[in-house]
Design a protein around this ligand. Structure first.
Ligand SMILES: NC(=O)c1ccc[n+]([C@@H]2O[C@H](COP(=O)([O-])OP(=O)(O)OC[C@H]3O[C@@H](n4cnc5c(N)ncnc54)[C@H](OP(=O)(O)O)[C@@H]3O)[C@@H](O)[C@H]2O)c1
Length: 279
């Protein structure tokens, strides 16, 4: 049995479906119940990683754990979570980390994820660390302005980054959870090609069959808006990645193709699957 934390999230809901399709017994864990029907081999259990003791009933008898660090990870104790898993008999853990733990070694926004990576590697479990680039699903933040006015406002309109479809992160995670050959590996995961915010807006317009206008924000405008949703260190690190990406952050990683045996999904693929959010 495989336990998936963050089961209602961008990666988690694909991962639950993926594992169930492969015939695995899955315990889907989050604070809220997932919307809609779940496959017959999936059981939902409510738990909060901020209180590791609430995870224990899910972890008892599990073989593997997908560990997501929700929000900014504040209040989470990775050592307590992993010790709860180890004591419950879990043998394998796959951590959803971030490319920025490596590319932004001094970023305070990624300190928690770096601590989680260290704890996973020291846990005594067979571990795999996934370091994805920015998610295609971050485009959901434009959904309201596209629905109401067919407009995207974003900074750094022509800076392209190889954003990844969360479905690909889930597909790699499913492999790592089921197949021991990924133990001890850290994978940088990206999409197939850099795509800029202006190109993303165009792709959404094409999928809608109606043009989407792109309005370039200044860095200060973007910062002010993002501060409504994220703490300042996360905003500054995000703007640094979006505006002044390092060569590593611009690069396409071969890992998704090597692990899945197919090219990563494009931003247009993600858009086609999620267009209902923008109608
Ligand atoms: N977005 C990106 O571009 C990106 C890139 C690289 C790495 N990451 C990493 O991926 C992780 C998040 O991915 P995501 O943004 O796509 O998340 P998400 O899927 O939106 O969130 C996953 C789940 O976590 C729970 N959650 C959300 N906020 C929470 C909070 N404050 N406390 C406790 N639970 C919370 C929610 O489930 P319930 O409410 O049902 O519990 C949610 O469904 C983070 O560790 C982030 O650093 C993100």
């Amino acid at each position: 049995m495989i336990v998936v934390t963050g089961a209602t999230g961008n990666v988690g809901r694909h991962l639950v479906q993926n594992l169930a399709s492969a015939g695995e017994w899955v315990t889907a864990v989050s604070r809220r119940a997932p919307a809609g029907e779940m496959p017959g081999t999936v059981e939902f259990q409510q738990a909060d990683p901020a209180r590791p003791e609430t995870l224990k009933p899910s972890l008892d008898g599990a073989d593997a754990l997908y560990l997501l660090v929700p929000g900014d990870g504040a209040g989470l104790d990775p050592y307590a979570i992993l010790e709860t898993a180890r004591a419950a008999g879990v043998r394998r853990v796959v951590l959803q980390s971030s490319q920025a733990t490596a590319t932004r070694p001094d970023s305070p926004a990624h300190t928690r994820l770096r601590t989680f990576e260290g704890a996973v590697r020291e846990s005594g479990l067979r571990w795999t660390v996934l370091r994805p680039s920015g998610f295609a699903s971050n485009a959901y933040m434009w959904a309201a302005s596209i629905r109401s006015g067919r407009t995207v406002a974003a900074p750094f309109g022509d800076v392209g980054l190889p954003v990844i479809d969360p479905a690909d992160i889930a597909a790699v995670a499913a492999e790592a959870l089921r197949d021991g050959s990924h133990a001890g590996r850290t994978y940088e995961l990206t999409g197939p090609a850099p795509v800029s915010p202006r190109e993303q807006a165009r792709a959404i317009g094409e999928a809608l069959g109606a043009p989407v206008r792109f309005v370039e924000q200044s860095r200060a405008e973007a910062r002010e808006l993002l501060l409504r949703f994220m703490p300042a260190p996360v905003v500054d690190s995000t703007l640094g990645i979006l505006g002044e990406p390092t060569p590593e952050e611009r690069r396409v990683s071969p890992a998704v193709e090597q692990i899945l045996g197919r090219t990563p999904r494009t931003f247009a693929d993600w858009t086609a699957d999620n267009i209902v959010a923008f109608r």
